[in-house]
Design a protein around this ligand. Structure first.
Ligand SMILES: Nc1ncnc2c1ncn2[C@@H]1O[C@H](COP(=O)(O)OP(=O)(O)O)[C@@H](O)[C@H]1O
Ligand SMILES: [Mg+2]
Ligand SMILES: [Zn+2]
Length: 280
């Protein structure tokens, strides 16, 4: 026994980087859930379009016949239920809490579906937020899912870090905009993921360009993008680019997002599909 303990210690120090031992923080999946892949979607700050990218990718995978869920882990800035026009309260029983379903079959859980009044602001502190996210995993009955996309809290601070720690993510996707200090945001997210031993699947740029409604020309509204350089510096693939499209915002505001099928995330979808094939 003594020797095997030594071997374990040796194993810990064998890696060149000291990685966080996640096992003590991670929580158990609900016994009625069987989630094949869990993908986190992160951004440097709010308003970048993290939720829109999460929902767009979810729609794309659902259209391709996969069973998809969205965990709205952006506890203080939840927006997924509104985009799909679904309202709480989510109901539960002795086995746990049931997610609500969007028109395209995507299963959704969010603080918005639990608050007595959806309009109430969420003013909880870090530990409470982290605990909420844990419950979204342990207490929610997700059933059989090919992909659970997690709309993570923005930034790389304590709260997202704790969330990261608690959930067994298979990978993350970083969302940036051309206005961002892309290189810094990408490298911060990469470091956080590295510390947590979660692979970064790649980067998606939102608000990349706009199609002129008059002549159909592609306009780089915010000037040249620095995404390629930033992605290359971290050896990450660019998984997609979404245009500024007023229709997305309209559909999101009207709760009709289940009907949005936008191209521009095909590579991201390909990466997710490849994960599924490798695991079966
Ligand atoms: N590509 C886009 N085209 C048009 N509107 C967008 C686009 N991306 C996001 N929006 C709108 O911008 C706002 C912020 O996007 P959201 O996804 O909620 O950001 P985040 O989740 O990063 O805070 C929302 O009203 C959304 O509908
Ligand atoms: Mg959001
Ligand atoms: Zn034009």
């Amino acid at each position: 026994m003594k020797f095997s303990a030594c071997a374990a210690v040796g194993g810990n120090w064998a890696g060149r980087k000291l990685k966080m031992d996640k096992s003590e923080f991670q929580v158990e999946e609900n016994p009625y859930s069987n989630i094949r892949h869990m993908i986190g979607v992160v951004s440097g700050k709010g308003g970048v379009g993290k939720s829109l990218v999460t929902a767009s990718l979810a729609n794309l995978m659902a259209l391709q016949g996969y069973r998809v869920g969205i965990m709205d882990a952006d506890i203080t800035g939840p927006s997924i239920p509104r985009m799909y026009g679904i309202h709480g309260p989510a109901v539960g029983d002795d086995n746990g809490l049931y997610p609500l379903e969007a028109d395209n079959g995507i299963k959704i859980i969010s603080t918005n579906l639990l608050l007595p009044n959806e309009e109430d602001p969420v003013i909880w502190r870090g530990p409470v937020i982290a605990n909420m996210v844990k419950q979204f995993y342990t207490d929610v009955i997700w059933g059989e899912l090919d992909y659970l996309l997690v709309d993570m809290p923005p930034g790389t601070g304590d709260v997202p870090l704790t969330v990261f720690q608690s959930l067994p993510l298979d990978g993350i996707i970083i969302v940036t905009s051309p206005q961002d200090l892309v290189r810094m945001i990408v490298s911060k997210a990469v470091h956080m993921a590295e510390k947590m031993d979660v692979p970064v699947l790649g980067v998606v740029e939102n608000y990349s360009y706009m199609i002129c409604p008059h002549c159909g020309e592609k306009i780089s509204v915010f000037g040249e993008s620095h995404l390629e350089e930033a992605a290359e510096a971290e050896k990450l693939p660019v998984l997609g680019r979404l245009p500024i499209n007023p229709e997305y915002a309209q559909k999101a505001d009207a709760g009709d997002f289940a009907g949005v099928a936008n191209d521009g995330l095909d590579r991201a979808a390909e990466v997710l599909r490849a994960m599924n094939e490798n695991k079966s």
